[in-house]
Ligand binder design. Structure first.
Ligand code: PHE
Length: 513
């Protein structure tokens, strides 16, 4: 079967931006920017994107396009069977697993031991496996939140989100997430939508829908900004969000920016490798990545401008996560003068659903690509298999939020394995919070780190450089093609800076720093 390709640069950029622009842009970026010094933090964030996000993104794109296969196959194809590095890293992970086990954190010990064991057994091919596992695990709980967005979209337009106070909105959200059947239904609905988009294939499904949904998202964002900014008192929100305050910046903000830059660009789980594998050889990787980065950052800033002016104008306090989206915002929209709260709520949840859907689709496609390329399944069969594997895990997340006590055996296991903090607005240390915590804070840094090390030290930095210039006839080759300084800088970033920085961020999230 002939492999599909994006129709051109616009198709790829919009699909990749669709993956990058997700819940993180809407519920996390605006808030961490606000509390870390506004515009000052945006500068730091842009620096982090260039220092960490861009190099790792280029690595993933180069690996994807070079091999033209799914993330598992990509690492298999490029790995060196006699690698000394893979076993060395494998033993290091096993050592870490032992240390973690001794310290009593046996859940993490199992994660590290599994990764180490796979590296010893499969060499760098293991990275691809961990990527697929992480991607599908993330999809399982991303679908739960995506399902909430769909349900709130419906409720918004139906006029069911008219809360007179924040407490009312909070109580309603608590009742909402405590219904196991409803939670499962929402999650399945979201998975079904992802499947429907992927059903059409790369070009007729993912690309076509991204080309419709991403421009729509922009228009809706602009409409929401226009409404928010014209409210009396809106300026306080803009000030909170963007006014530079360098005194609020500290080492913690820098690490926060680094961690977020990685997550927001959907790096470290093979999405960019998978999407890159559908790129034609005559496209510029550098140009495409800069576009994706630009769109992702622009969407995050626009989201902040759509949210905080309205929140401040209506006299609420800024928050982040589910409590911002599902509690503060409905209350804000309802309080807006001139009525039409139902309309703005509905509109906002359309945006949220679009953002979540295009990200969910990219996670879905990781699994589909592996099943198509490696197991030679037809696309439609592959979709059914992904649904059948991922949905049940998602149901565990859904039920664990609704009624964690219903899953008693699992609860005991999770409690003893991971001492997980509760995610805002959800049950303390539920299966949902655990899988989110383990994926975002352990698996992503791990796969990202191994990808950068693989490209920098194993596959070969020269091949990476060559792949970057391949197909580039534009400004990148023109400006930098003959300038070794550019490649020296980029290679240094890939080989040394990115791995070091990922380790730093990791140590901070696990509380060592
Ligand atoms: N990049 C997405 C966001 O900002 C998050 C995401 C991560 C999406 C991983 C898909 C996969 O929300």
């Amino acid at each position: 079967m002939k492999r599909e390709h994006w129709s051109g640069r616009v198709g790829f950029v919009l699909a990749a931006a669709g993956s990058a622009i997700g819940l993180g842009n809407i519920w996390k970026f605006p808030f961490i920017t606000g509390v870390n010094g506004g515009g000052a933090f945006v500068l730091i964030y842009l620096g982090c994107i260039l220092l960490l996000g861009l190099p790792v993104m280029l690595c993933e794109l180069a690996v994807g396009r070079r091999t033209g296969c799914d993330v598992y196959g990509a690492f298999q194809k490029l790995k060196n069977p006699d690698s000394k590095l893979a076993p060395a890293l494998g033993w290091m992970l096993l050592g870490a697993a032992a240390a973690l086990g001794v310290s009593g954190a046996w859940g993490y010990s199992v994660v590290a031991a599994a990764a180490g064991g796979l590296l010893l057994r499969f060499g760098f091919g293991a990275v691809g496996m961990v990527c697929v596992g992480a991607g599908l695990a993330i999809l399982s709980y991303y679908a739960v939140v995506g399902g909430w967005a769909l349900a709130y979209l419906w409720r918004g337009f139906a006029g069911a989100l008219e809360y007179n106070s924040l407490d009312g909105a909070k109580a309603a959200f608590a009742v909402f997430i405590e219904q196991p059947g409803l939670m499962i239904g929402c999650q399945l609905g979201f998975m079904g939508l992802c499947a429907a988009v992927v059903w059409g294939g790369v070009r007729n499904g993912i690309e076509r829908w991204s080309k419709i949904l991403m421009p729509l998202l922009l228009v809706l964002l602009l409409a929401a900004i226009a409404r928010g900014l014209t409210l009396p008192g809106a300026w306080k929100g803009v000030e909170f969000f963007l006014k530079p305050d360098f005194s609020k910046l500290n080492a913690g903000s820098i690490l926060e920016a680094l961690g977020h830059s990685f997550f927001t660009l959907s790096l470290g789980m093979g999405i960019t490798i998978t999407y890159g594998s559908y790129l034609k050889k005559n496209q510029s990787l550098a140009g495409a990545s800069l576009w994706v980065i630009f769109l992702d950052t622009a969407a995050a800033i626009l989201a902040g401008l759509a949210i905080f002016p309205a929140v401040f104008a209506m006299g609420f306090d800024p928050t982040s996560g589910p409590s911002l989206l599902f509690e503060v915002l409905p209350a804000t929209f309802h309080r807006m003068p001139g009525g039409g709260g139902w309309f703005w709520s509905g509109l906002f949840f359309v945006m949220l659903s679009i953002a979540a859907l295009t990200s969910g689709v990219s996670l879905f496609q990781i699994g589909v690509a592996v099943l198509e390329d490696h197991f030679k399944l037809s696309r439609h069969r592959a979709i059914v298999v992904v649904l059948a594997v991922v949905s049940p895990v998602g149901m565990l997340s859904a039920v664990s939020i609704a009624n964690w006590n219903a899953l008693e055996a699992l609860q005991t296991l999770v409690k003893s394995a991971f001492h997980v903090q509760c995610a805002a607005g959800t049950n303390a240390s539920s299966f949902f919070s655990m899988i989110d915590f383990v994926c975002s804070n352990w698996m992503l840094p791990l796969t990202g780190l191994l990808t950068a090390i693989f490209v920098g030290w194993e596959w070969g930095i020269r091949k990476f450089d060559r792949e970057l210039l391949q197909g580039d006839t534009g400004w990148f080759r023109h400006r930098f093609g003959d300038w070794p300084g550019m490649f020296r800088t980029l290679n240094f970033l890939v080989r040394v800076v990115s791995p070091a920085v990922i380790v730093l961020v990791f140590l901070r999230t696990v509380g060592v720093l």
